[in-house]
Design a protein around this ligand. Structure first.
Ligand SMILES: [Zn+2]
Length: 126
């Protein structure tokens, strides 16, 4: 789902996209000529790999994030609790935002149930 930055209305609009079993939804609105506010929710299941045995496993996602989309370079130096994303070429691409969220999760370290049990056994032995 792509939207031209300049066409985003000041009134809140809904969005709802799905990639595999991850749902990315929420509302967005333009708060200034160069800024769009995006309140999002990430839900569903994501396949990740155990960092010890490499086995695939699913993790449950349930996260709310507030983003600030900036048309071009974000210059405001005020501290902001929102995650700033700089948009290129005046196009907001929700799929790219979702994909970068998924990539961030997948680059984290996970340990599957079996490896977790192994660790506990080792701790008892030594
Ligand atoms: Zn494992």
């Amino acid at each position: 789902m792509k939207i031209e930055f300049r066409k985003i209305p000041q009134t809140s609009s809904d969005f709802d996209i799905v990639s595999d079993s991850v749902k990315f939804s929420g509302i967005f609105s333009k708060i200034s000529t160069k800024l769009v506010e995006l309140d999002s929710k990430l839900e569903g299941k994501l396949q990740v790999q155990c960092c010890r045995c490499g086995k695939d496993m699913d993790i449950g996602l349930s996260e709310e994030n507030k983003f600030l989309l900036s048309d071009g370079i974000y210059k405001d130096e005020n501290e902001d609790e929102r995650i700033v994303i700089e948009i290129d070429e005046g196009i907001v691409d929700f799929d790219t935002i979702l994909q970068s969220e998924i990539n961030a999760y997948q680059s984290d370290f996970y340990i599957c149930g079996e490896c977790e049990n192994d660790t506990q056994e080792l701790e008892i032995e030594y």
